[in-house]
Write a protein that binds this ligand. Structure first.
Ligand code: TRP
Length: 328
């Protein structure tokens, strides 16, 4: 099976957007690829360095989220970036061949500088974010990388570095293919893009009361004021949630809304049930897992060891190719 790698930064609670955007895809991919799923804690440190105390806790919680959604440690290698130290070896080598201009004009970098206000990201580390990401991928010679469109530029840089490395030192790495994840159509409950900083999401860890409260806050068609007003489901965020979480009911809901036969409150009450049907088993599993830290740590230890094995093999060859000690 071909190798696949992806990762997430442990910066806080995973939410419905992560579930339908990334995780459901990751879960399916486990059947077709040799998957490496990485907790990107060094990448998180690059933006959270002023307040990194919760990185470990967030990593454990993210692991619990992954597993309770269906990432299976018997099928996939789940590991912590900072514990496979070879990533940083390859990072320093790649940084030698990375033109500064490529990093400075990286659109994701520029966007993050604009978006992550209140943090000083004008650092050497943050500029080099995509170089470490390239190292994450190449150290496993992954041929497929599932990511969202915001990461496409980083994959482009990765391929550029592969060509450069192979040219300079001989064929070593395959060019990884970007497998674009369909953008999640879920907006936050305030109709803005679902995001951690806006705190407008439903977390996988939210208790049922919290889920209900958030769903009841969702914005519907602003022109539908009374229960029997005819609604415009095409502009309604609640309807998009139906489409994703219960497509079979979506058609009927759409008809009732258009004909003014159903009010928004009822529609939302049903939506919160639908969401809870999906998330309650996940939340229960998550709580149980978090009560068994030994098991979670064991999964990471096994994953780290497997990942390290693969990383060491690559580094041995890389060292040989560039001509530094490889067998000392
Ligand atoms: N930069 C990715 C993100 O923010 C996380 C990440 C780090 C990653 N290393 C990676 C994703 C390697 C894919 C491959 O979402």
């Amino acid at each position: 099976m071909k190798r696949l790698l992806s990762g997430m930064r442990p910066t806080g609670s995973l939410h419905l957007g992560h579930l339908v955007g990334a995780l459901e895809n990751w879960i399916k991919l486990q059947e077709k690829f040799n998957c490496y799923y990485m907790i990107a804690d060094w990448h998180a440190l690059m933006s959270e360095y002023e307040n990194p105390k919760s990185l470990e806790k967030n990593s454990i919680e993210m692991l619990a989220d992954w597993i309770s959604c269906g990432i299976d440690p018997d099928k996939s290698t789940i590991f912590v970036q900072s514990h496979v130290k070879e990533h940083l070896e390859l990072d320093i080598i790649l940084s030698c061949i990375t033109p500064l201009a490529l990093l400075e004009r990286n659109p994701t970098y520029k966007e993050q500088l604009r978006e992550m206000k209140g943090r000083n990201l004008m650092t050497y580390g943050f500029l080099g974010y995509p170089v470490l990401q390239a190292a994450d991928i190449l150290i496993y010679r992954a041929s497929v990388v599932p990511v969202g469109i915001d990461q496409a530029a980083h994959l482009e840089l990765t391929r550029e570095l592969v060509r450069k490395f192979n040219n300079l030192y001989g064929n070593t790495f395959p060019e990884p293919e970007t497998m674009l994840t369909k953008a999640s159509k879920l907006l936050g409950f305030d109709n803005k893009k679902m995001s951690k900083s806006l705190n407008n999401f439903i977390a996988l860890s939210d208790k049922p009361e919290v889920v209900k409260k958030k769903v009841m806050k969702m914005i519907t068609d602003p022109k539908k004021i009374h229960l029997d007003d005819k609604g415009h489901p095409d502009v309604c965020n609640v309807r998009s949630y139906y489409n994703i979480f219960n497509a079979s009911e979506s058609e009927e809901i759409t008809r009732l809304c258009r004909e003014g036969e159903r009010g928004c409150i009822k529609c939302k009450e049903r939506l919160s049930e639908i969401i809870l049907e999906k998330t309650e088993p996940i939340r229960k599993k998550r709580t149980a897992l978090l009560g068994d830290k030994e098991r979670l740590l064991g999964i990471l230890k096994d994953g780290n060891a497997k990942a390290r094995q693969a990383a060491l093999e690559t580094m041995k060859e890389v060292r040989k190719k560039i001509g530094v000690f490889h067998d000392l």
